[in-house]
Design a protein around this ligand. Structure first.
Ligand SMILES: Nc1ncnc2c1ncn2[C@@H]1O[C@H](COP(=O)(O)OP(=O)(O)O)[C@@H](O)[C@H]1O
Ligand SMILES: CC(=O)N[C@@H](CCC(=O)OP(=O)(O)O)C(=O)O
Length: 280
């Protein structure tokens, strides 16, 4: 009997958090590196569905960098990154868009719908959600890499009000209607700002930010830029930490999406896990 009572206690412990967060928007950036294993993917999806079913409003922004690299490899295209940003131009942008807005976006939507959630998949191009301009107009190998100019939240709000979980791919549109590839960390950060989200969560494949094999549970802007300069924070962790710092959202976390139910552990327990990025 005791073990059943323990289960009931766990549910009751979550009650204050459910009460606190009901009706609040959580932007969850689901990185490609945390999508590799189907079983772990299922755990992330179930966490998201649970949040939605207790009245929290999840907004999912996904990446898919690994799958894009794999596809480009299959079609004989080389991939080059600069500070975690993929060099994208006219030669490869269609592959990037197909993988993100086509395959990955629809897979996440299908997984959520299969787990009793109700998701709608859109890209940053739908409803003029993400308006962007060239990230580096001087660099021809980046002539399809975008940086965000503005976010139009109307479509997301419409979906949330109608009870859907929006699932968003990180493709924006420039002033000529062309697709621009944008780092998903930036898209998540900017959408969270525009929605005045309660929380912004980056789900990746490590427990948080590390220095010398030690997890940093809290990091501020100065410490983070020192670690970037020293090369301790590198690659795909650079945009994550940078957008965490730039974000206006108070509660920004980097969590391990390959750790079973990491979202629930972060939200429904007092200790929290991962790295919290603070502005001061
Ligand atoms: N200091 C650091 N702490 C943790 N991870 C780091 C650090 N520096 C670089 N990384 C790398 O950042 C990666 C996460 O970024 P990325 O691969 O782009 O993930 P995602 O697909 O989730 O955006 C980690 O797997 C790790 O290899
Ligand atoms: C410009 C740029 O780098 N765009 C990213 C978009 C996908 C992404 O960010 O995926 P992850 O979150 O899995 O890294 C890319 O092409 O990989």
């Amino acid at each position: 009997m005791e073990k059943y009572i323990d289960k009931a206690r766990i549910l009751i412990e979550a009650l204050p958090y459910i009460h606190e967060f009901k009706g609040k928007i959580f932007v969850i950036k689901y990185g490609g590196s945390a999508m590799k294993d189907p079983l772990l993917r299922q755990n992330v999806i179930m966490d998201i569905c649970l949040l939605a079913s207790v009245g929290i409003l999840p907004v999912i922004v996904h990446g898919g960098g690994n799958d894009i690299t794999k596809l480009l490899d299959e079609v004989g295209q080389e991939t080059t990154f600069h500070n975690g940003i993929r060099l994208t131009n006219d030669d490869n942008v269609d592959y990037v868009e197909m993988m993100l807005s086509g395959k990955i976006n629809k897979q996440i939507v299908a997984d959520i719908n299969f787990s009793h959630g109700l998701a709608v998949g859109i890209s940053g191009r739908d409803g003029c959600l993400v308006k962007a301009e060239l990230f580096d107009a001087e660099n021809a190998s980046m002539d399809r890499v975008g940086k965000i100019c503005s976010i139009e939240t109307a479509l997301i709000e419409t979906l949330l009000n109608a009870g859907y979980i929006p699932v968003i791919s990180p493709i924006g549109t420039d002033s000529n209607g062309k697709a621009l590839n944008i780092n998903a960390d930036e898209v998540a950060g900017e959408i969270a700002n525009a929605l005045c989200a309660e929380k912004l969560i980056y789900l990746t494949d490590v427990d948080g930010v590390f220095e010398n094999d030690k997890l940093i549970s809290q990091i501020n802007a100065k410490e983070a830029s020192d670690l970037i300069e020293k090369g301790v924070i590198s690659g795909g962790m650079i945009p994550k930490v940078s957008y965490c710092i730039q974000s206006n959202v108070d509660n920004v976390h980097i969590l391990n999406g390959t750790l079973e139910h990491s979202i629930l552990l972060e939200i429904f327990t007092q200790e929290g896990i991962g790295t919290k990025v603070i502005k001061a």
